[in-house]
Design a protein around this ligand. Structure first.
Ligand SMILES: Cc1cc2nc3c(=O)[nH]c(=O)nc-3n(C[C@H](O)[C@H](O)[C@H](O)COP(=O)(O)OP(=O)(O)OC[C@H]3O[C@@H](n4cnc5c(N)ncnc54)[C@H](O)[C@@H]3O)c2cc1C
Length: 318
C-alpha cells in the first residue's frame, strides 16, 4: 500500500521515503480509508498520528470471547452481567450464543477471567475462549493528512453499549457530507475531526456513567470506578440529573432520554427533587394517562409473536 501523504510538516527526507518504500507497496491515490482495525496500518503505523488514552476512565483492557450452543429460545436482547472486575455479555444469535467476559487486567488475570466466563455460560462451548486486548481511546485525528480512519482504526470504546458499528456508520456519513475535492480543505478535515471526537466523547461519557453510578461494594474494581473522577462533561450531566432529574441529549448523542434515565434509575441514582413544572399537572389526570399508556403497551406486547416465532416467520430461523 502506498505511504500516504505525510503533508508539509512530515519528514520528507530521502532516507525516510526509502524506509517507507521498503515497508509498503506504493499505490497512488488521493484519499485513503484505513479500515485495518486496532492496528491502524495507515493512520498510526504510517502517519504516527498518536492516540488519546481514556483508560483512566474506562480501565477495561481485555475480553475473552466464546460461542456456545443455544439452549433456550433466543431473547430479543443482549444480557450484560456484572462480575468482580468487569462484565459478561450474552448475545443470542440464530444458530449459537455469543458470550464474552470484558475485564480489567489490573484486577484479575486472564486465567481467572476465563474461569469466571466458563462458570457463567449456558450450554456447551463451541470453541476455546479467545483473548483480545485493547485500549479505550481515540486517535488524535481520525482524519490525518489524506487518511481517514474508520472503525477500530479510529478508536475504541469497550463494547458495553455495542457502539462501534454505529460509530463506523456515523464516520462514513460524515465523510460523505464532507467528501473532499482533489485538494483536501483543512477546514473541512478539521470539521470531520471535531465531529467524530464529539460523538466518541458522548459514547465515552455514557459508558463511563455505568461505572461511575454503580453502587456495588463487593469488589475493589467496582469501588475504584465509583470513586474515580469523571470528565467535566459527564459530571455536568450527572449534576443536572441529580438536581431535578433533567436530561438534555445533544445533537450527536446516540443515547436518548430513556437511555440516560434507565441507567440512572437502574443504578439507584435518584434526583434530589423533581421538575417543578410537574406541580402544574393534575395528579388524577396524569395518573390516569400513565395507566392508559401502560395498558396500551401491554395490549400491543400481548399481540406480538415471540422473538423465536418472528424469526421463524421471516425465514431466518432454521
Ligand atoms: C471484545 C469486543 C466486542 C465488541 N462488540 C461489539 C458490539 O457488540 N457491537 C459493535 O458494533 N462493535 C463491537 N466491537 C467492535 C467490532 O469489533 C467492530 O465494530 C467491527 O469488528 C468492525 O471493526 P473494523 O472493521 O474497524 O476492524 P476489524 O473487525 O478488526 O477488521 C479489520 C480488518 O483489517 C484487516 N487488516 C489489517 N491489516 C491488514 C493488511 N495489511 N492487509 C489486509 N487486511 C488487513 C484485518 O485482518 C481485519 O480483518 C467489539 C470489539 C471487541 C474487541
Amino acid at each position: 500500500m502506498n505511504a500516504p501523504d505525510r503533508g508539509p510538516s512530515a519528514d520528507g527526507s530521502i532516507a525516510e521515503r526509502e524506509r517507507l518504500d521498503l515497508v509498503f507497496t506504493r499505490i497512488a491515490g488521493d484519499l485513503f480509508l484505513d479500515c485495518s482495525g486496532l492496528r491502524g496500518l495507515l493512520i498510526e503505523e504510517a502517519l504516527e498520528t498518536g492516540g488519546e488514552d481514556w483508560s483512566h476512565w474506562l480501565p477495561m483492557d481485555s475480553a475473552l470471547a466464546v460461542p456456545t450452543i443455544n439452549t433456550v429460545a433466543p431473547a430479543p436482547f443482549t444480557r450484560s452481567t456484572a462480575h468482580a472486575a468487569g462484565w459478561q455479555w450474552r448475545i443470542p444469535l440464530q444458530h449459537r450464543t455469543g458470550n464474552g467476559h470484558v475485564f480489567c487486567s489490573a484486577h484479575i488475570d486472564a486465567d481467572q477471567a476465563e474461569r469466571t466466563l466458563r462458570e457463567n455460560v449456558e450450554g456447551d462451548l463451541l470453541a476455546d475462549p479467545r483473548l483480545l486486548r485493547f485500549t479505550t481511546g481515540i486517535r488524535r485525528q481520525t482524519w490525518n493528512h489524506n487518511v481517514v480512519s474508520l472503525g477500530l482504526a479510529s478508536g475504541f470504546i469497550e463494547p458495553l453499549e455495542s457502539t462501534s458499528i454505529h460509530l463506523i456508520r456515523h464516520g462514513v456519513l460524515r465523510l460523505i457530507g464532507l467528501f473532499p475535492d482533489r485538494k483536501i480543505n483543512p477546514t473541512e478535515r478539521e470539521e470531520y475531526n471535531r465531529n467524530l471526537r464529539s460523538i466518541f466523547e458522548f459514547v465515552r461519557d455514557f459508558v463511563i456513567l455505568h461505572y461511575k453510578a454503580n453502587q456495588r461494594e463487593d469488589s475493589a474494581f467496582w469501588r475504584q470506578v465509583a470513586a474515580m473522577s469523571v470528565p467535566e462533561t459527564r459530571q455536568h450531566r450527572m449534576d443536572l440529573w441529580q438536581a431535578h432529574g433533567r436530561v438534555f441529549p445533544k445533537d450527536a448523542d446516540m443515547f436518548n432520554i430513556p437511555g440516560w434515565v434507565a441507567v440512572m434509575l437502574g443504578q439507584n441514582v435518584t434526583p434530589d427533587s423533581y421538575d417543578p413544572v410537574a406541580d402544574a399537572l393534575v395528579e388524577k389526570q396524569h395518573t390516569a394517562a400513565l395507566a392508559d399508556m401502560r395498558a396500551r403497551y401491554a395490549e400491543t406486547a400481548a399481540r406480538l409473536p415471540s422473538h423465536e416465532t418472528y424469526l421463524q416467520k421471516v425465514g431466518a430461523w432454521a
